[in-house]
Design a protein around this ligand. Structure first.
Ligand code: SAM
Length: 371
């Protein structure tokens, strides 16, 4: 492909976050080609031929609301599944993309917003059935070497992506998993997870779905939370996230005027402060290394509370994971202002992402400088 030729990228996001995705990738010259809620394809003819490779990870569209991004190869929409398999193979072989791929991920777009009708994003039975049908043909043609699909990819892998826009319409693409190192290495994790959704099997039934949100946020933040560290969660009831932190061996303080789950309450490493965060003395936060906030209040209020805690002379907080409720996707344009505010406290490595399992909210993670 010559440097001047247009390139296409296919993206997945949470159903309903589509307008925010369109706005954020437009800044880098991506123009909408086709979309269904939760799935979008974009065209770019101004990528140019810069120092980085044409199909490098950095060149794919990115943003707070972009859950997955792949270079597009084409769309299979046959009359039945067998026809789709044949079309998929043909599209891949004709594209000239370097083969074999190291892994294959197959997942559906989010057909409804997260949480609606108890919907959770990720691999479903249709995706598994498609994988079982398609993957043997991909292996036979040398497109992949391993018949397993939807495994967590490794750094440096090139992953074939099959997105079920509908059960009968498959968008075909691929993405490279970046070899990031250092403090931001974990920000690449969602590119390793099938469909950008962390595969996770909790040991027991979870107390609340916040367990999954916290697991994803902790993994993606790269915070080195260790057994024995003290974490504080503001907005802790009923206790999904606290139970995860306790499982990890941390000592946990949960702040919430509401009741906590009994099992969490009985844990020897847990203490409940039954109050609103703004009503307790700052000395309660001393000795804590990690601060999580998941209270259902306006972001401005959350940020005011957090500012008082982390900018205090005696603060020992090293990293924070904040849930900021958008109150409607149209308010996504406030995110830059929130980031500026957090930066003004001396925070570094600030990253914002709509977690796969979050509703209409974003997760902001940041470290406090020099701690
Ligand atoms: C989404 S729930 C938290 C779920 C929780 N993180 C879990 O893991 O199960 C939001 C919580 O924020 C609490 N909350 C609201 N305002 C608060 C405040 N000012 N201080 C502390 N908690 C607050 C509510 O009582 C509610 O329990």
């Amino acid at each position: 492909m010559s440097p001047s030729e247009a390139v296409f990228a296919i993206l997945c996001c949470q159903n309903g976050a589509d307008p925010a995705v369109k706005a954020e990738v437009a800044r880098d010259g991506w123009r909408l080609a086709y979309s269904r809620r939760g799935f979008l394809s974009f065209k770019n003819d101004s990528l140019g031929d810069k120092a980085v490779g044409r199909y490098d990870h950095q060149r794919l569209p990115h943003g707070v609301f972009v859950r997955t991004a792949s270079w597009s190869l084409g769309l299979a929409k046959g009359e039945d599944a067998a026809m789709n398999v044949a079309q998929t193979v043909e599209i891949i072989e004709r594209s000239g993309v370097k083969l074999p791929m190291d892994a294959v991920h197959i997942w559906p777009r989010d057909r409804v917003p997260v949480g609606k009708f108890d919907f959770e994003p990720g691999i479903d039975e249709v995706a598994i059935a498609v994988g079982e049908l398609l993957v043997p043909s991909l292996k036979e043609r040398g497109i992949i070497t391993d018949e397993r699909f939807n495994r967590i990819a490794k750094r440096g892998d090139r992953v074939l992506d099959i997105i079920l826009v509908e059960p009968s319409i498959w968008a075909i693409g691929w993405h490279p998993v970046p070899r990031l190192t250092g403090n931001n290495a974990n920000s690449a994790l969602p590119t390793m997870w099938p469909g950008g959704v962390q595969p996770i099997q909790p040991p027991d039934e979870v107390i609340s779905r916040a367990y999954f949100k916290a697991a994803e946020a902790i993994a993606w933040s790269g915070f080195e939370m260790r057994a024995g560290d003290r974490a504080i969660e503001i907005g802790a009831s009923p206790g999904g996230a606290c139970s995860l932190l306790l499982e990890m061996g941390l000592s946990v303080i949960g702040i919430d005027p509401a009741e906590m789950d009994e099992e969490v309450m009985e844990h020897k490493n847990f203490r409940h402060i039954r109050a609103r965060a703004g009503d307790i003395p700052r000395s309660e936060y001393e000795g804590a290394k990690w601060l999580l906030v998941d209270s259902n209040v306006r972001p401005d209020q959350t940020l005011t509370t957090v500012e008082h805690i982390v900018t205090h002379r005696g603060s020992t907080i090293e990293g924070m994971i904040l849930t900021l409720k958008l109150g409607g996707i149209a308010h996504a344009d406030r995110i830059d202002g929130w980031v500026r505010k957090v930066k003004s406290w001396g925070a570094t490595e600030i990253e914002v992402r709509q977690l796969a399992r979050s509703k209409i909210e974003v997760c902001l993670v940041a470290r406090m400088r020099g701690r």
